[in-house]
Design a protein around this ligand. Structure first.
Ligand SMILES: Nc1ncnc2c1ncn2[C@@H]1O[C@H](COP(=O)(O)OP(=O)(O)OP(=O)(O)O)[C@@H](O)[C@H]1O
Ligand SMILES: [Mg+2]
Length: 333
């Protein structure tokens, strides 16, 4: 058993992942917490809490304590972190772990402080921060230390962030508080408006993963969904097709892709030239939407490809930075 343990943590809007130095990923659970409405007592965390989404009695509230990589509910985040640390460390931990967490490039001092404080009071001995886009780039195996521009575009659950990296640091970045979860929302809204069918968050996500595409499919596909009729209140089944899903998500996709344009606009021309040469890399769970890289390539005119295991780029990069603190020293806070 190791005495001094080092953990990297990615507190995402949708999923929280913990990586242990020397081990790899040791925890991956939804960033969801169920609390008692009256006493705010934590009742369930992660997978257990996600199962409760949309099914809770009146006295239980299910919370997503992170919004766009920033803490939205401090107490609940701290409790969740403590729970995750306990899971990973086991019951008896004599030496508190060192942890590294990642935060979006654009966060304020106050938001950074909140993340550090939450980690320390949840049981960490020391806590460091690294910029999320830099972590994503390291995790995607981009040579971040070179004197050349590289672009990374991370599409998570709650946010999309594009950044240009050179010489081991973030040079320019832009983000919007729109990510994969917004696609679920607009699919649910579309189905409700067009078919008077109310569907839950998890069904909407399944539709997105099953039928969603960033480019209209040549051969439309269909899927059976069920929910509640919004007029009669009774259970109802229907078939939805990929053209409808495309129509619903297209405006949001355009919004997401515009972040890349906005970032390139403020990037020094020499670095833009590098990016045109090298292409850009997509990371985050949302980049797995079918044909998303095709849409980005078409709209931006720079070839885009999805990283290997895009949902793990940020955590891998955070872990690698923690393992090589000296190498990335200048980028760590
Ligand atoms: N195959 C897929 N197709 C489309 N979207 C997907 C797919 N798999 C996962 N997603 C979406 O990816 C999103 C979660 O991505 P990820 O785990 O990177 O988010 P996060 O890191 O928790 O959020 P953030 O980085 O915004 O804080 C969800 O919206 C999920 O629905
Ligand atoms: Mg993320």
């Amino acid at each position: 058993m190791k005495l001094f343990r080092k953990l990297a943590i990615d507190l995402g809007t949708a999923n929280s992942i913990v990586w242990e130095v020397g081990e790899g990923i040791v925890l991956n659970e939804p960033t969801v917490v169920a609390v008692g409405l009256e006493d705010r007592k934590v009742l369930a965390v992660g997978n257990e809490a996600k199962k409760m989404l949309g099914k809770t009695p009146e006295y239980i509230e299910v919370i997503r304590p992170m919004e766009d990589g920033v803490i939205a509910d401090y107490e609940v985040t701290e409790a969740m972190l403590r729970f995750f640390l306990k899971e990973v460390m086991g019951a008896a931990w004599f030496f508190r772990p060192e942890v590294m967490l990642c935060v979006p490039a654009g966060v304020t001092q106050v938001e950074q402080r909140a993340v550090l404080d939450a980690a320390l009071s949840a049981g960490a001995k020391k806590a460091y921060l690294i910029d999320k886009p830099l972590a994503a780039a390291i995790g995607a195996k981009i040579p971040v230390s070179e004197a050349a521009g590289n672009m990374i575009f991370d599409i998570g659950g709650g946010a999309a962030e594009a950044a240009v990296i050179a010489l081991g640091g973030v040079v320019t970045h832009k983000s919007i508080r729109v990510g994969g979860n917004r696609l679920d929302k607009v699919i649910a809204a579309y189905v409700r408006k067009k078919h008077n069918l109310v569907i839950g968050e998890q069904t909407a996500e399944a539709v997105k993963i099953g039928l969603g595409s960033a480019i209209k499919l040549k051969r439309p596909e269909t899927m059976e969904i069920s929910g509640r009729d919004s007029v009669f209140g009774l259970p109802k089944n229907m078939t939805i097709d990929s053209d409808e899903v495309y129509e619903a998500i297209k405006p949001v996709l355009d919004q997401i892709v515009s972040v890349v344009k906005d970032t390139l606009e403020i990037t020094p021309p020499e670095l833009v030239a590098d990016i045109i040469d090298r292409g850009m890399v997509l990371s985050g769970g949302g980049s797995q939407l079918r044909n998303f890289n095709v849409l980005v390539t078409r709209e931006i005119g720079v070839s885009a490809h999805v990283a290997i295991e895009p949902q793990y780029c940020v955590i891998k990069g955070t872990g690698i930075a923690l393992e090589n603190l000296e190498v990335y020293r200048r980028a760590i806070r």
